[in-house]
Design a binder for this molecule. Structure first.
Ligand SMILES: [Zn+2]
Length: 229
C-alpha cells in the first residue's frame, strides 16, 4: 500500500511539473515542425521568408537598445516569430509577444503585431531578468508588477512613455499589490493602465542613472529587495 501511495505521489508531482512547463517544452520540442531556423536563436514561421531580414534587423536593434541602456545581455533564448494565429495558439502566444519561462530557460514567442523593436526589446528584458535572477527565482520571487514594469523600460510604444500616461499614486500603489501573473493579466480593460503603473512603479525605485549595469547588480542580488519594495 505504501509503495502505491509513493508511486501516485511521484506521478502527481511529475505530471504537475510537466503541465507547468508545457509552454517552454513545446517551444523546445516542436519549434522545428512550425518554424525555419533563420540565424542564431531566431526561428521564423515556415513560408514567411520575406519577413526574415526585417525581423533579424529588429532583433538586433532591440538588443542594441537594451545594451546601450542597461549593459551587456546574456540571455539568448529561442525567439519564435509566428505569423498565423494558429501557430501563435499552438505555442501559447498572443498577437504581441510572450516569454515562457521554465527552470531550464526561457523561450520567446512573437506574434504578428509584435514584430517591431519595442515588443521584441520588452520580451528580451523578461528573458534577461530570468537569466540573471535565476529561472526558478523569477517564477517564485519576482512580483509581476516589477517584471512587467522593468520590461516596459525598454518598450517605447506611445502609451508606455511616461509623458503620455495619466497615472496617479493610487494606481501605482494598487499595481504593486499584484504579485502573480493571473492577478495582473486578468482584466483586459485595465491591462494598459497596469503596464503604465508598473513602469512608473519601477521608475520610482530605479532611477535612469542606475540603469547601466543593473543586470549585473540583479545577478548579484544587490538592490533586488530594495527594487521590489
Ligand atoms: Zn511583458
Amino acid at each position: 500500500m505504501r509503495k502505491i501511495i509513493i508511486l501516485v505521489f511521484i506521478i502527481v508531482v511529475l505530471s504537475s511539473a510537466l503541465f507547468a512547463m508545457r509552454q517552454p517544452m513545446k517551444c523546445y520540442l516542436l519549434k522545428d515542425m512550425y518554424f525555419d531556423h533563420a540565424v542564431g536563436n531566431v526561428y521564423i514561421e515556415k513560408n514567411d521568408v520575406e519577413a526574415q531580414q526585417t525581423i533579424i534587423k529588429f532583433i538586433s536593434s532591440a538588443r542594441t537598445r537594451i545594451q546601450q541602456k542597461f549593459g551587456d545581455m546574456r540571455a539568448a533564448p529561442p525567439i519564435l516569430i509566428a505569423k498565423s494565429p494558429n501557430t501563435v495558439n499552438v505555442f501559447y502566444g498572443n498577437p504581441y509577444g510572450v516569454t515562457h519561462r521554465s527552470p531550464f530557460g526561457s523561450c520567446i514567442v512573437i506574434g504578428d503585431k509584435g514584430q517591431n523593436i519595442d515588443v521584441i526589446a520588452h520580451e528580451l528584458m523578461h528573458a534577461e531578468l530570468a537569466e540573471r535572477l535565476g529561472h526558478l527565482s523569477v517564477i517564485t520571487e519576482l512580483p509581476v508588477w516589477f517584471d512587467e514594469g522593468f520590461a516596459t523600460l525598454a518598450d517605447y510604444r506611445a502609451p508606455y512613455l511616461p509623458e503620455n500616461m495619466d497615472i496617479n499614486d493610487e494606481d501605482i500603489k494598487r499595481v504593486k499589490q499584484l504579485f502573480w501573473g493571473h492577478e495582473f493579466y486578468n482584466d483586459q480593460r485595465k491591462i494598459v493602465q497596469r503596464y503604465q503603473a508598473a513602469k512608473l512603479a519601477v521608475m520610482q525605485n530605479l532611477k535612469p542613472e542606475d540603469y547601466m549595469g543593473i543586470f549585473n547588480k540583479l545577478e548579484e542580488r544587490q538592490s533586488f529587495d530594495k527594487l521590489i519594495r
